[in-house]
Ligand binder design. Structure first.
Ligand SMILES: [Zn+2]
Length: 110
């Protein structure tokens, strides 16, 4: 279902040149992209299925809430709250929305 997301941008009213205005719009546009991505990514729901532990392959895990997760995007680094699970066998934590879901070219910053 379509939704409406509202952003507020604080704008000074003393631009000295179109260059200055151009730089401002560029910077704010970048921030808006990151904010929009974070906002939308956090609303993606994890499909109801079993997830294999990336460490040991075990398929039994428990949901452990959300955790901040840094991602690299084409418009810079973003941090999203992502659902996290813990393996019942080796106790390692993992994000069920893994690399396959992240898509080509997107990765975690090192
Ligand atoms: Zn495991």
């Amino acid at each position: 279902m379509p939704k409406t997301i509202t952003f507020t941008v604080e704008v000074n009213d003393d631009f000295d040149s179109l260059n200055e205005l151009e730089n401002f719009v560029n910077q704010e546009g970048q921030k808006l992209k990151q904010e929009l991505f974070e906002n939308l990514a956090e609303n993606i729901t994890v499909p109801d299925r079993t997830f294999s532990c990336p460490n040991c392959g075990n398929e039994k895990s428990i949901a452990t809430g959300q955790k901040g997760r840094k991602l690299k995007t084409i418009f810079g680094d973003v941090t999203i709250n992502s659902p996290r699970r813990q393996c019942k066998k080796c106790y390692s934590y993992f994000f069920p929305l893994g690399r396959g879901f992240l898509g080509k070219g997107m990765s975690r910053p090192n």
